[in-house]
Design a protein around this ligand. Structure first.
Ligand SMILES: Nc1ncnc2c1ncn2[C@@H]1O[C@H](COP(=O)(O)OP(=O)(O)OP(=O)(O)O)[C@@H](O)[C@H]1O
Ligand SMILES: [Mg+2]
Length: 285
């Protein structure tokens, strides 16, 4: 089971003078049960790539197959069922919240799919529980009056209530404080472990991607520049800097120290590994 991109290209405003080629020759497979990270400078095509994953946009060239089915050729109920497999959470959660209560907001997706009665109620309660949103405290509140972190969780709960098999998140940690960010990253890992979901996340915070993902794709000007494990990607730190990406602070420190200790490995994942590496370098090992 996977989402596959076969030689995919995407152009906005096709045929118009301001036509933009947002994606070029993308070959990529997102497997179920993996957490895939997508990084790249602003305008490199990350959001466009995510929108092609659940069929809200169709490729201009090539094919996107969701579990071997092509959303571009399906119609009616079949397309609804297929799109239900891939839950997309937008870049800013405010875009997705509109109902008068948190309950109604989360219930909206499953209701549209025909879920009703106690099953609907169970879905909402379940999604709120998974996202650590207290039912008694929050279900009747207006989503517009919640904090940024709570809004983000309600938006994700609304998508989770559809019971997708893949969860696609555009900048899920943007605007959250360190606690909120940590909680959300832990939740992403939990969704994969407990529910076997495939997760795709875009973030410009490389430390969030490196600490959470199994595999990382680097996009540049609409093309895949590199794919690898977080460690493999961090090995090309210099390239990431040249692309204009900000390395995690601890890797920036290692890069600075490399002038003094040329054999230093700058690809450490997290402060503990980095401390070990610096210790080794200082002791001349
Ligand atoms: N609705 C649109 N109409 C026309 N061009 C668009 C549209 N949305 C995006 N683009 C263009 O497509 C390219 C890719 O945009 P996209 O939003 O996918 O980038 P991104 O990597 O998500 O950027 P960011 O990090 O800023 O969110 C950019 O050149 C952008 O200007
Ligand atoms: Mg974007």
């Amino acid at each position: 089971m996977s989402i596959r991109f076969l030689k995919v290209g995407f152009r906005y405003a096709r045929g118009l003078p301001w036509e933009t080629e947002a994606l070029k020759n993308i070959n990529l497979e997102v497997r179920k049960n993996e957490i895939l990270g997508i990084i790249g400078p602003t305008g490199s095509g990350k959001t466009t790539l995510l929108q092609l994953m659940n069929g809200i946009r169709h490729p201009s060239e090539g094919k996107v197959l969701i579990d071997d089915q092509d959303p571009a050729v399906l119609k009616g109920r079949e397309i609804t069922r297929l799109r239900q497999k891939v839950g997309l959470v937008f870049q800013s959660p405010e875009d997705q919240l509109f109902a008068n209560s948190v309950y109604e907001d989360i219930a909206f997706g499953p209701k549209n799919l025909g879920v009703a009665g106690s099953e609907l109620d169970n879905r909402v309660r379940w999604a709120m529980e998974v996202l650590d949103l207290g039912f008694e405290d929050l279900s009747r509140r207006r989503p517009q009056n919640l904090s940024g972190g709570q809004k983000r969780r309600v938006a994700i709960a609304g998508v989770l209530a559809i019971k997708p098999e893949y969860l696609v998140l555009d900048e899920p940690t943007a605007g959250l404080d360190p606690e909120g960010r940590k909680g959300l990253l832990k939740l992403i890992r939990k969704l994969r472990e407990d529910l076997g979901m495939g997760v795709v996340m875009v973030s410009h915070r490389l430390q969030d991607i490196m600490s959470t993902c199994d595999r990382v794709v680097v996009l540049e000007k609409g093309e895949i520049r590199k794919t690898g494990t977080p460690r493999e990607i961090m090995r090309s730190g210099q390239e990431l800097i040249e692309l204009g990406l900000h390395l995690p602070p601890i890797n920036m420190v290692l890069h600075e120290l490399k002038d003094v200790f040329p054999y230093l490995d700058t690809a450490a994942l997290g402060p503990e590994e980095a401390a070990g590496e610096i210790d080794r370098a200082i002791r001349g090992l």
